[in-house]
Design a protein around this ligand. Structure first.
Ligand code: HMH
Length: 222
């Protein structure tokens, strides 16, 4: 009989917020094929800016894994794999932007994006425990994985020109990588103090809120 893992409890207790982040109207519009391409281009440019700030955050998680993990060789390999994927992702954003005529050097980060990047910066502080940081990392990746995988399910009307974007985060390999991050988070949470567990849960909720605000940018938010 398996014990209930912490992330499982959170996903159950915060189902509505999680669904709000992973089934956002922006994602639904891709899936239903009625996405307005200017929204897509807005998302593309803003996400490029986000991913650039995400890199130093992931580097900080990697550094914490080296110091603070009981299973650091496994954790380092998983996180390093994520960093390699980000390297690839940045090249992909550049290619995709030129395909859509989006000028990346002109992108001004919108308010919600700035807030999200500032939140990532706060998590880079050495005061933030590895357990809290890896929980945030998992949640950030999992929201994209689940959102875009949803656009690839049978019977969806995702436009052919957006399939590649959805594949990037919705593919099975990315799903396995998210599961590996989740396992690390659960393992860390299992031995964490109540205080750290509470901090990690609050951080998880903040990530979901930032993700919703981020999707809102492409739907005319600021
Ligand atoms: C806003 N969240 C946002 N952008 C991303 N690229 C990811 C998560 C996944 O890497």
């Amino acid at each position: 009989m398996g014990k209930t893992l912490m992330t499982e409890t959170w996903l159950r207790n915060h189902r509505l917020l999680y669904v709000g982040a992973t089934r956002h109207p922006f994602i639904r519009s891709i899936r239903d094929g009625n996405i307005d391409l200017s929204s897509f281009k807005t998302w593309l440019g803003q996400d490029y800016v986000f991913v650039r700030s995400f890199v130093p955050f992931v580097a900080s998680v990697l550094s914490k894994a080296c110091k603070g993990s009981d299973n650091s060789s496994n954790d380092v390999e998983v996180i390093l794999g994520g960093m390699a994927a980000l390297n690839d992702e940045i090249a992909w954003f550049k290619k995709e932007a030129s395909k859509w005529g989006v000028q990346l050097s002109d992108i001004v980060p919108q308010k919600a994006n700035q807030n999200y990047c500032r939140f990532l910066e706060s998590l880079m502080s050495p005061e933030v425990e590895y357990t809290v940081a890896i929980t945030a990392f998992w949640a950030i990746e999992a929201v994209y994985q689940e959102s875009f995988a949803h656009c690839l399910e049978d019977g969806t009307k995702t436009p052919p020109e957006l399939q590649e974007t959805c594949q990037r985060w919705g593919n099975e390999g990315f799903g396995q990588y998210c599961n590996a991050l989740r396992k690390i988070a659960d393992r860390q949470l299992e031995k964490a103090s109540d205080d750290v567990i509470t901090k990690a849960e609050v951080t998880f909720l903040r990530v979901l809120e930032h993700e919703v605000d981020f999707w809102n940018i492409s739907h005319g938010g600021t």
